[in-house]
Write a protein that binds this ligand. Structure first.
Ligand SMILES: Cc1ncc(COP(=O)(O)O)c(C=O)c1O
Length: 386
C-alpha cells in the first residue's frame, strides 16, 4: 500500500483519549480530561431546543450567524475596549480548535517558524506540523511557570511568522502579568510577526484579577487573532461553537480555510449561543464564584494529601509536582494513581516538545461536582497518607 501522509502517521493517540479509556477500565474518577462532569445551565440548554424547533436548521452563513457575531463583538468592545467589524472581522467556527487550525493553516507556509509556549494545548503542534511550519518552543518553567526573556528574544528571527499563546493558560493556570505580556507583544511587533491568542478560559480568572486580551496591547490589534469559544464559559464543551476575531485581512485568510474545512458551524447551536451571550453579564459572577470555590476546595484537598500544588490564577486545571520521594515520571506515576488510588490525571509530557520539563508534574482538572472532588481527595489521601 502507498504511504500515508507522514505528518499524520507521526500523530499518536491523544493523551485525553488514552487516559479517559484507562480511567474507565480501572473504574477511576476521571480528573484527566478537561470538561465538567455536570452540564451547563438548563436555561441555556433550553435555548438550543427552542432554536432547533425554529428556522435555523439549514447551513449557517460561512462567517457565522449574524446574531452571534454581533453579541460576541459587543462583549469584546465592552470588556476589552476594542471594536471589530461584524461583517468582516469575526468568523464563527466549530469550536476554538477549528479556529486555531484554520488560523495556523491560513498564515504558516512550509519553513515558517512558529513560537509555541510549552506546555501547550496539543492541537497547536499538530496544526503547525500539518502546515509544514517549524515549531520553536519556549518553556514555561515550574514552579512559577514563567519564561526567560533572553531565551524568548533569541527565539525570534526574521522567519518568525506566528506566536501561539494561550491566556489564561492551560495547564499551568497562569494569568500572565502586564510586564510578561508586554515582552511578548513588543517582540511580536519588532519582528513584524502575527500572534494567535487562545482565550477560551477568558472568564475563568480568580481572586478578582482583571484579564486583558493580547489584542489590547499597543500595536497588536491588527496582528492578533483572538480565539475563544462557548464550551468553557457555559460548561457545554460538546456544543463546539468557537470564533476567531481578527483584522479584515487575517479574517479573509481564516475564512478561506474554514470554507474548505467545515464551511460553517452547527446553526441551531450558534443561535442558542447568541441568546446565551445576551445574558453573559448576569451569568458570569455566579460562574466565576462557583469555579473559585471548586479551585479552593481542590487545592486545599491536595495540600491535605501532603502535595504542593501550584495554585492556579485562572482556568480549571492544577499542576501538581510529583513529590521527590516518588521515583516515577509522570506517565508512570499517573498509571500508578489510576490503578492504586483510582484517580485519573494527565501526565503532561505530551504538552511539551522538551518533554522532560513535564515529567515531574501531574495535571488535575477540577471542573467537577463537589462530591466528585471530595471523593477524589479522599482516595488520594488514602493513597498518599497511608
Ligand atoms: C487551551 C484550549 N484551547 C482550546 C480548547 C478547545 O476548545 P473547543 O472545545 O472550543 O474547541 C481547549 C479544550 O480543552 C483548551 O484547553
Amino acid at each position: 500500500m502507498r504511504e500515508l501522509n507522514k505528518n499524520v502517521t507521526q500523530f499518536k493517540e491523544s493523551v485525553f483519549a488514552t487516559l479517559s479509556r484507562l480511567a474507565n477500565e480501572n473504574q477511576a474518577i476521571n480528573l484527566a480530561q478537561g470538561f465538567p462532569d455536570f452540564d451547563g445551565p438548563q436555561w441555556v440548554i433550553d435555548l438550543l431546543g427552542k432554536s432547533a424547533r425554529g428556522s435555523a436548521n439549514q447551513y449557517a452563513p460561512l462567517e457565522g450567524d449574524i446574531s452571534l457575531r454581533k453579541v460576541i463583538l459587543e462583549h469584546f468592545k465592552d470588556k476589552r475596549g476594542l471594536e471589530y467589524d461584524t461583517q468582516k472581522e469575526i468568523t464563527i467556527t466549530h469550536g476554538a480548535t477549528e479556529a486555531i487550525f484554520c488560523s495556523i493553516l491560513a498564515l504558516v507556509n512550509p519553513g515558517d517558524e512558529v513560537i509555541i509556549f510549552e506546555p501547550f494545548y496539543d492541537s497547536y503542534l499538530a496544526a503547525i506540523q500539518l502546515a509544514g511550519g517549524v515549531p520553536v518552543p519556549i518553556t514555561l518553567k515550574g514552579p512559577g511557570f514563567t519564561f526567560d526573556i533572553d531565551e524568548l528574544e533569541k527565539s525570534f528571527s526574521q522567519k518568525t511568522k506566528l506566536i501561539l499563546f494561550n491566556h489564561p493558560h492551560n495547564p499551568t493556570g497562569r494569568v500572565f502579568n502586564d510586564s510578561e505580556i508586554t515582552q511578548i507583544t513588543s517582540l511580536t511587533c519588532k519582528y513584524d510577526s502575527y500572534l494567535l491568542c487562545d482565550e477560551v478560559y477568558e472568564y475563568l480568572v480568580y481572586d478578582h484579577q482583571t484579564f486583558k486580551s493580547l489584542a489590547q496591547y499597543p500595536g497588536m490589534r491588527d496582528r492578533t487573532i483572538t480565539i475563544s469559544s462557548i464550551g468553557k464559559t457555559f460548561g457545554l464543551t460538546g456544543w463546539k461553537v468557537g470564533w476567531a476575531i481578527a483584522s479584515e485581512d487575517l479574517s479573509f485568510a481564516i475564512r478561506k480555510v474554514h470554507q474548505f474545512t467545515t464551511f460553517c458551524a452547527h446553526h441551531p447551536t450558534q443561535k442558542a449561543a447568541a441568546q446565551a451571550y445576551e445574558n453573559l453579564d448576569d451569568y458570569l459572577p455566579t460562574f466565576i464564584r462557583t469555579y473559585q470555590e471548586k479551585r479552593d476546595l481542590f487545592v486545599q484537598g491536595l495540600k491535605s494529601c501532603g502535595l504542593n500544588p501550584v495554585i492556579p490564577e485562572g482556568t480549571y486545571f492544577v499542576m501538581c509536582p510529583i513529590p521527590d520521594h516518588y521515583n516515577l515520571v509522570a506517565q508512570a506515576f499517573s498509571m500508578e494513581l489510576i490503578k492504586k488510588a483510582k484517580v485519573a490525571t494527565i501526565p503532561p509530557e505530551s504538552f511539551y516538545i522538551n518533554q522532560h520539563f513535564g515529567e515531574r508534574y501531574l495535571r488535575f482538572c477540577f471542573a467537577k461536582k463537589e462530591e466528585t472532588l471530595k471523593k477524589s481527595i479522599s482516595r488520594l489521601k488514602d493513597y498518599f497518607n497511608h
